[in-house]
Design a protein around this ligand. Structure first.
Ligand SMILES: Nc1ncnc2c1ncn2[C@@H]1O[C@H](COP(=O)(O)OP(=O)(O)O)[C@@H](O)[C@H]1O
Ligand SMILES: [Mg+2]
Length: 348
């Protein structure tokens, strides 16, 4: 396992006109399980391929522990990578596919057998070891690829690029918990790429949120939920995402139209967005809002309202059932202010 340090690493596919990955300095700590989360096209694969050595960054340097590997090809980095779609030796048996990375590194036969059996048991492949890989469906082939990525305990890091895309939904939960189990056992530095917030939050010690080639926030799942540093994190994480209400700072007051939403010191007057998660919008005393509808979700209600013409959603108990058109009062238990999408204060 290793610490992976990126120093000013960035990548442009078009000679510097646009940056798929904006130059960044960032450290992946040893033995930690990371989720790299962001929408399609934000640069996740680019970042992963730079770490594994499939891609040489346009600028910057990469270190594994303290060894610089910027110009070192994949084979010299001792990193296992699993791709979005199965890449395996179709003519080989499942056993031989799993054993391949170990035999390649001249592991003793007994150790090869032990590791292959352990990993295949964990991933539920033990009944298929003798089958040729091409006989398996795509989902199971992908599980073999996962196994191949995880079979060596001595790698510097394991990189997984949306590895469960072709696996059926029911299997995903099981596999994710198996992955966690294997991670606890081997202590790999693990980077799991996904565009799915649930997958990221349930899997990782730390979630790194990427947007337009830039890390906008990294932290434990609860931190991203409770304390979003960027509007995008508020919106992308959470279900439904954070409410954003355009407001105005004037004379240290945060004004939502004609209503005073709170006070703030130390910020320039001018427009801000109030960000508040539906979980922290409480019906009771406070700002006046007009109810537009209620979604009954079974375990909770989503009360939709308008405040100064802007939509606002509250997550409430099932006993709260205001009628559309009704005026209610809402209070924000935990709300932040954002300027140019970046958090600039907390609403007091
Ligand atoms: N080989 C390539 N050549 C040119 N542009 C690319 C190439 N690979 C990716 N890109 C572009 O770089 C950006 C980031 O892509 P990618 O890293 O694949 O994102 P993600 O994995 O998050 O979906 C996208 O705009 C994509 O179109
Ligand atoms: Mg990708």
């Amino acid at each position: 396992m290793a610490e992976i340090r990126l120093e000013g690493v960035g990548h442009s596919y078009d000679g510097g006109t646009t940056w798929a990955l904006k130059p960044m300095t960032w450290t992946w700590q040893s033995a930690r399980a990371y989720a790299l989360l962001g929408p399609s096209g934000c640069g996740k694969t680019t970042l992963l391929n730079i770490v594994s050595g499939l891609l040489t960054p346009t600028v910057g340097r990469i270190f594994l522990n303290d060894r610089e590997v910027t110009g070192v090809p994949t084979a010299g980095r001792n990193i296992a990578q699993v791709f979005q779609f199965p890449v395996l030796y179709e003519q080989m048996s499942v056993y031989d596919n799993l054993a391949f990375p170990l035999r390649n590194r001249k592991f003793p036969k007994k150790e090869v057998d032990e590791r292959v059996r352990k990993v295949s048991e964990l991933l539920g492949l033990d009944g298929h070891l003798k089958l040729r890989a091409r006989r398996l469906d795509a989902g199971r082939q992908q599980i073999v690829c996962l196994g191949r990525g995880l079979v060596r305990a001595d790698v510097a890091a394991v990189l997984l690029d949306e590895p469960l895309t072709v696996v059926d939904p029911a299997m995903k939960w099981t596999l994710r918990s198996k992955l966690k189990e294997i991670h606890r056992d081997t202590g790999h530095t693990l980077i799991y790429v996904t565009h799915d917030q649930t997958e990221a939050l349930t899997f990782a010690d730390e979630v790194v949120v990427l947007k337009d080639g830039e890390i906008v926030q990294a932290g434990e799942p609860a931190e991203l939920f409770l304390s979003p540093a960027h509007e995008f994190v508020g919106h992308f994480i959470g279900s439904p995402g954070m409410n954003l209400l355009p407001a105005e700072i004037s004379q240290e007051m945060v004004m939502l139209g004609a209503q005073e939403a709170g006070r703030i010191t130390g910020l320039e007057p001018g427009p801000v967005n109030i960000g508040v998660r539906p979980e922290f919008v409480k019906l009771g005393k406070g700002l006046h809002a007009t109810v537009t509808g209620v979604d009954r979700m079974g375990s909770h209600h989503l009360v939709h309202a308008e405040i100064d013409g802007h939509p606002l959603t509250a997550k409430t108990g099932t006993d709260v059932t205001p009628s559309p058109g009704q005026t209610v009062q809402v209070a924000f238990e935990r709300a932040f202010l954002f300027r140019d999408q970046v958090r600039c204060g907390e609403l007091g």
